[in-house]
Ligand binder design. Structure first.
Ligand code: ZN
Length: 160
């Protein structure tokens, strides 16, 4: 089937910045699965996926505006270290997860104190034009449970 609203898509990706430097890849693990049409992936990637099918290999160039948006100034926040979801030694420049009202969020460590850490709440990929090398591994209809939850289950999706 072609990728359309409410199907579950499994894919491998290699994410690069506009200079061609690899930032992330799914190739060292399972493919990623998401429910199409429910904002499970960034907007520009979802647009590029629409109409593709199993076995398709393509590159999606996604401008920052359709990825993680522009960087916002004044986004430095002081957070108690005990509120970080990421455990272990902290150093400036690393990405950590914090809990927000909208769920867990990736932020970048700016400065580490004894009890608090200053983080930049911009998404680490904010302001960046991105390029995704995509291979569609599988496309299937979503189950009624997945539709009710609004996300994909199983390998590469939500585990619960
Ligand atoms: Zn679920």
């Amino acid at each position: 089937m072609d990728i359309q609203k409410d199907c579950v898509v499994s894919f491998h990706y290699r994410l690069s910045n506009s200079e061609g430097t690899e930032l992330e890849t799914s190739r060292n693990g399972d493919p990623v699965a998401y429910l199409h049409g429910r904002r499970g992936v960034i907007r520009g990637l979802e647009e590029a996926m629409t109409g593709k099918s199993q076995g398709d290999i393509f590159t999606a160039d996604v401008p920052a505006a359709k990825a993680y948006g522009a960087r916002k100034e004044g986004s430095i926040q002081r957070v108690p270290i005990k509120h970080l979801l990421t455990k272990g030694r902290l150093k400036p420049g690393m990405t950590v997860k914090i809990n927000t009202d909208n769920g867990p969020r990736d932020v970048t460590v700016v400065k580490v104190g004894k009890f608090n850490v200053d983080v930049d709440a911009n998404h680490p990929l904010a302001g960046m034009d991105l390029s995704f090398d995509i291979e569609i591994i599988d496309v299937r209809a979503a189950s009624s449970e997945e539709l009710a939850h609004g996300h994909a289950h199983g390998v590469g999706g939500h585990q619960h």
